[in-house]
Design a binder for this molecule. Structure first.
Ligand code: PLP
Length: 230
């Protein structure tokens, strides 16, 4: 593993995040980097934590469990960013600090049922803004109703929204997706639902994180840009 390459990739990502914040007149402390480690070893993830990254994202429960075991000596906030099967709900509620991919009422109900007594489950509701069939998430047109039902589940704490934009060559093309998610969050806020906070917008990956930050992302999920050439 090439730690100096990892370090320069991280510097580059941080610099680009700061520049996007500056363009949007945002305070860089409002945007957190979630390093997506799904394609790399626990050692590479450890090296990144050594460089000051505290938030790691994984998209599979089993792989996350392996990494959590290897990195148990480190203080890491773990993010679940991939689709969860309901039969993994019991593990997921114990393993993750934030589940970005609450993509249906059915899954949210499973998470609620599996939460240990007195345990709250912080989630983001994943919205399929682009409407692509290949993507998980509640459809934007019914998101408010769905969110209301999810928020009614006693253990669930909705802390914001998450989306994945379509893959495109030019990130400008997906700006409307991020705008739509931000507006949806604003609409939810005005409704003042009990136990619902819109404090996070999880949007932006390697291809489009700068545009996502310009449109209000508070969590960017980045893998490739960090681990390229490492
Ligand atoms: C893999 C993944 C990412 C990171 O993608 P990169 O293009 O490698 O930055 C972000 N979000 C989700 C949901 C992912 O599955």
């Amino acid at each position: 593993m090439n730690v100096s390459k990892l370090e320069s990739n991280l510097e580059d990502v941080r610099r680009r995040m700061a520049a996007a914040c500056a363009r949007a007149g945002r305070d860089p402390s409002e945007v957190r980097l979630v390093a997506v480690t799904k394609t790399v070893t626990a050692d590479a993830a450890r090296a990144l934590v050594g460089l000051g990254v505290q938030d790691l994202g994984e998209n599979r429960v089993q792989e996350a469990a392996r990494k959590q075991e290897s990195l148990a000596d480190l203080d890491i906030r773990w993010h679940m960013i991939g689709h969860l099967q309901t039969n993994k709900a019991r593990d997921a509620v114990r393993m993750f600090d934030l589940i970005h991919s609450a993509d249906s009422e059915r899954l949210a109900a499973a998470l609620d049922r599996r939460a240990p007594e007195g345990h709250e489950v912080p989630v983001l509701v994943q919205v399929n803004v682009s409407g692509e069939e290949s993507k998980f998430g509640v459809s934007a047109t019914v998101a408010i109703d769905e969110l209301r039902r999810i928020a009614d589940l006693p253990a669930i704490r909705v802390q914001g929204l998450m989306t994945m934009a379509p893959f495109v060559d030019d990130a400008e093309q997906v700006r409307p997706v991020f705008v739509r998610l931000r507006r949806l969050a604003a609409e939810v806020t005005t409704l003042g639902m009990p136990r619902v906070e819109m404090k996070h917008l999880s949007m932006g990956m390697t291809q489009d994180f700068e545009v996502a930050i310009e449109e209000g992302a508070t969590l960017v999920r980045i893998g490739t840009a960090l681990f390229r050439g490492v």
